[in-house]
Design a protein around this ligand. Structure first.
Ligand code: DSN
Length: 455
């Protein structure tokens, strides 16, 4: 529907869309799992494919009228194979509705209830869909300061994955904040998992896929690499690829890949049938063909030379941010980044990430509070701040702009530091009168105007 028609028919929703557009245009979106999809991707997303039911796979649908959805899905798969340079015998499924669904579909395809999964510890940057449970006593808080590099979970099963499987988690080395592969090998030998998983939401370093594949092989486990965050960087060669090393690779399509919200699974050819069955009918009904249409457009964009340049600049920008924060005396987790995200441990400043993130939002810098290695806070009030460069880079920003952002960030933190340990409502009240936060928002807006987003 054209905007004019939407405005006429539903001014409420039209108004909210307008407000969201203005916010995205005038503020710096620095949540590393977000990006800004092109007008072409969004046009395909809003296309008539939204109307079509297509349960099944190309040539084997449960509904008639799928002549064009079949062609679309096959084109999407073909482009995916090209973009990720898949070996001839690898298979692709583009139907998972989201990243967590893609992971569930893999477990559904390849594991039995009660099997052991070895995945990354959630507070060190893992993901809920790789399993998560609390020890009973923690009442929602994170495990404080344990030195063990293995986490066996607890009786409060937060994620369905932990309800179905026995989830053991490996942590980063407490000193380096990096994975210690010798330690992971020992844990794998001890717990003998059926599946090893790598990947997550806030580990700022490249993962050694060769090493994890070899550990999995040694203990007879399958290896699933979840590259939701890095998919675009991998497609462009800015990060290494787990393809051909892992047995299965899953990812979302809206982060560094810059497509619609969705997900995909790529796997060894001999697992194809199981994976397809595990997605449909095993887990989902009709695929979102409008999302697949948008993903197909995004994959064409990813084949263009400009995408390679983009993805490499994403990494350069994140590294410039990390360097800037180190120079200003912030504690950058692991000392830097190899990819699109930077994680700061705000305990060095004497407070958590929650209140500063709110002040930064007011100043026009949108990022998120996040847990950090050796977390002592809770999920709602963790110790870190996570930020990323994908949207900034889509706007065309480069190193000089990253330096400006570090300066603004530091100004905000200094302005609100005296109040940062208050309860959030009190913090908001206490900082209401700090008009310099609004001055910074105006400066941010002026920078954004020089790097406009195309709606
Ligand atoms: N919610 C995503 C993130 O922010 O990293 C992961 O699912």
């Amino acid at each position: 529907m054209q905007s004019a028609k939407l405005q006429q028919q539903d001014p409420d929703v039209f108004g909210l869309i307008e407000s969201e557009e203005q916010k995205q245009q005038n503020k710096l979106s620095m949540i590393p799992s977000e990006n800004f999809a092109s007008p072409a991707v969004r046009a395909a997303l809003g296309s008539v494919f939204v109307n079509k039911y297509a349960e099944g796979y190309a040539g084997k649908r449960y509904y008639e009228g799928n002549q064009f959805t079949d062609k679309l899905e096959l084109l999407c798969i073909e482009r995916m194979k090209q973009v990720f340079n898949l070996p001839a015998d690898w298979h692709v499924n583009v139907q998972p509705l989201a990243g967590a669904n893609a992971n569930l579909a893999v477990y559904n395809s390849l594991l039995k209830p009660g099997d052991t999964i070895l995945s990354m510890y959630l507070p060190d940057g893992g993901h809920l869909s790789h399993g998560w449970s609390f020890p009973e006593k923690e009442e929602g808080g994170l495990e404080a300061g344990a030195d063990d590099q293995v986490y066996l979970g607890g009786s409060r099963k937060v994620s369905i994955v932990s309800k179905i499987f026995n989830v053991v988690q490996y942590k980063v080395d407490p000193k380096t904040e990096l994975f210690d592969y010798a330690e992971i090998r020992k844990i794998a030998q001890q717990y003998k998992p059926q599946m090893i998983i790598s990947g997550g939401t806030s580990y700022p370093r490249e993962i050694n896929y060769v090493e994890l594949a070899s550990i999995a092989k040694e203990v007879g486990a399958l290896y699933m690499s979840d590259v939701a965050h890095e998919a675009g960087l991998i497609a462009a060669g800015a990060n290494k690829s787990p393809v051909g090393l892992a047995d299965v690779v899953t990812f979302t399509t809206h982060k560094t890949l810059r497509g619609p919200r969705g997900a995909a699974i790529m796997c060894r050819g001999d697992l194809a049938e199981k994976i397809d069955f595990g997605v449909f009918p095993g887990l989902q009904g009709g695929p979102f063909e409008h999302t697949i249409a948008a993903l197909t457009v995004c994959l064409k964009e990813a084949m263009e030379p400009g995408f390679k340049v983009y993805a490499h600049q994403v990494v350069k920008n994140a590294q410039r941010l990390a360097l800037g924060f180190v120079k200003k005396g912030y504690k950058v987790v692991s000392g830097g980044t190899d990819k699109h995200l930077v994680l700061l441990d705000m305990r060095k400043q004497g407070f958590s990430g929650r209140n500063p993130a709110k002040a930064l939002d007011r100043a026009g810098i949108i990022l998120n509070r996040n847990s950090v290695p050796h977390e002592t806070g809770s999920p709602m009030n963790p110790s870190g701040i996570r930020m990323g460069s994908p949207v900034l880079t889509t706007r065309g920003m480069k190193e000089p702009e990253m330096d400006m952002i570090v300066e603004w960030f530091d100004r905000v933190i200094k302005l609100v530091a005296p109040f940062a340990n208050l309860k959030t409502a009190e913090f908001m009240e206490a900082t209401k009168g700090i008009t310099e936060l609004d001055d910074i928002a105006a400066e941010v807006k002026a920078l954004c105007a020089k790097f406009p987003l195309e709606f």
